[in-house]
Design a protein around this ligand. Structure first.
Ligand SMILES: [Zn+2]
Length: 472
């Protein structure tokens, strides 16, 4: 099969407006510090309910990026002071999908990735939405203007329920946020609401399934139920329920050194206006999206020897993947090893079967620490290769490829139509397992390529009005 036939596969671009490693999106941290000091003074007066009256002995506690408590029916976030103001990536995925909702599948992102921060305001914690459209160096006077002109929307206000004895953490109740109709984490966009005649979100039928805290991320699984006159399935029910997975991942302490985009080399990229650049205009920077590979042995790498990266790119197969296709999907992933060898890395990208419960009890395909090829059973004939990246630098942090079972039908059609005249093997309604396996391997490699930051291999690309115009 010729490579260009695959151009028909849809891709999901995670191109977002972004910032860079040195320059920051506007934050109001400095302004808050005096208010926080005042608030802490208040705390000494015992204005808050005692900690053990809120987080009682019945609490089930999970520690990580921040602490999660489940006390009977309620969930609480215990946020350390050190996490306040930190930029956190929010990735909203639909983990439980209803038929005919959209051109997607379980594991698909409900919207492009967002950045949030928790911020203290007296006795409240605010959840702010952070934009990386406009940035500047915090030390420069112009930063103040960037800040004033990019005021961060307040998504939610949480009342502080209690504080730790040493005032190092604050506790907020989290259920309401995940059972209310909040656009930033909702399952539906405006056009879907219109199409399915959604009247409202029913909080009484929306609930948190579970929350888990890991060292770098917190995962929240919740169900949102909407009243709808024309739901995409089960019309009689007048109801649309979707299961969501919200990943909150703290951005790396040390941002990766970004690489400037060059129109002559095709990469997905991120853009930002950087007002700290001492240019006589609103200067736009563009960085490519890429994984950060660091050689284990830097000296050997410098000598031109093949070395392993400190942290290889690992793709897991979905536990739902049929056994017969697993070897081919894994081959498609590891086919990229050769490309990395040309860049001096061996075993840079590795395919793995889903771990058993004993091997890794925390494994979850939605967990942002794991890149997974999600296996989706809908009639859609496609595959998609999106990724999650650090909006400051373009560093790809994770990726979940969406793999539709029915892509095999598309592959059969293509291969038959394009090669059957000269290829007896293709003159069948059903292909042999080996042949279909090779076609699957080819699409797996294609989608992995997208998640490495590569768009289609156009003849060349021309930037025009901020969009790629393609010529083949
Ligand atoms: Zn593609």
């Amino acid at each position: 099969m010729k490579k260009n036939s695959i151009y028909f596969l849809t891709i999901v671009l995670s191109i977002l407006i972004a910032g860079c490693s040195v320059f920051k999106a506007p934050s109001s941290k400095k302004d808050e510090s005096s208010e926080n000091a005042a608030a802490k003074e208040e705390e000494k007066k015992g204005d808050f309910t005692a900690y053990d009256e809120v987080i009682t002995e019945k609490a089930q506690t999970d520690s990580g990026l921040f602490i999660i408590h489940k006390v009977e029916e309620n969930y609480y976030f215990e946020l350390p002071d050190t996490l306040l103001e930190r930029e956190i990536l929010l990735v909203s995925r639909i983990s439980g999908l209803t038929p005919n909702l959209s051109f997607g599948g379980a594991g698909m992102k409900a919207r492009s990735q967002q950045v949030i921060r928790f911020q203290r305001k007296d006795k409240q914690i605010l959840l702010r939405h952070v934009s990386y459209t406009n940035v500047a160096d915090m030390e420069q006077p112009i930063y103040q203007s960037v800040k004033n002109n990019n005021f961060e929307p307040v998504i939610q206000s949480f009342k502080i329920q209690t504080i730790a004895e040493d005032s190092s953490t604050v506790v907020i109740e989290a259920d309401d946020f995940f059972t209310s109709d909040i656009p930033l984490i909702s399952a539906l966009n405006d056009s879907q609401r219109k199409k399915f005649k959604v009247k409202r979100l029913d909080g009484s039928r929306s609930f948190v399934q579970h929350m888990r805290s890991y060292p770098k991320n917190v995962e929240v699984r919740h169900v949102l139920t909407y009243e709808a006159d024309a739901p995409p399935a089960d019309a009689e029910a007048g109801t649309l329920s979707l299961e969501m997975n919200q990943s909150m991942i703290v951005l790396p302490d040390e941002p990766m050194m970004p690489r400037l985009a060059d129109n002559r080399v095709g990469y997905f990229s991120i853009e930002q206006y950087d007002y700290g650049m001492n240019k006589q205009k609103a200067f736009q920077r563009e960085y490519i999206t890429k994984w950060q590979l660091v050689p284990k042995d830097k000296e050997a790498y410098a000598r031109g020897e093949l070395v392993e990266p400190v942290k290889p790119i690992v793709y897991y197969l979905d536990p739902a993947t049929p056994m017969e296709w697993r070897p081919y999907l894994k081959q498609g992933i590891e086919d990229w090893q050769k490309a990395f060898e040309n860049a001096g890395f061996k075993n840079a990208i590795i395919a793995k079967d889903p771990p058993s419960e004993e091997e890794d009890p925390e494994f979850s395909p939605e967990d942002v620490r794991y890149s997974v090829i999600r296996y989706i059973t809908t009639p859609i004939q496609n595959a998609q290769g999106p990724h999650v990246h650090d909006p400051r630098t373009g560093e790809i942090l994770e990726s979940d490829i969406l793999w539709y079972h029915n892509v095999m039908n598309l592959l059969r059609n293509w291969y038959l139509v394009q090669t059957a005249a000269a290829n007896p093997e293709a003159r069948n309604v059903e292909f042999s397992e080996e042949l279909m396996g090779q076609l699957i391997r080819f699409v797996a490699a294609h989608e992995v390529g997208h998640t490495l930051g590569l768009p289609h291999n156009w003849g060349y690309q021309l930037r025009l009005s901020g969009r790629f115009i393609a010529f083949t």
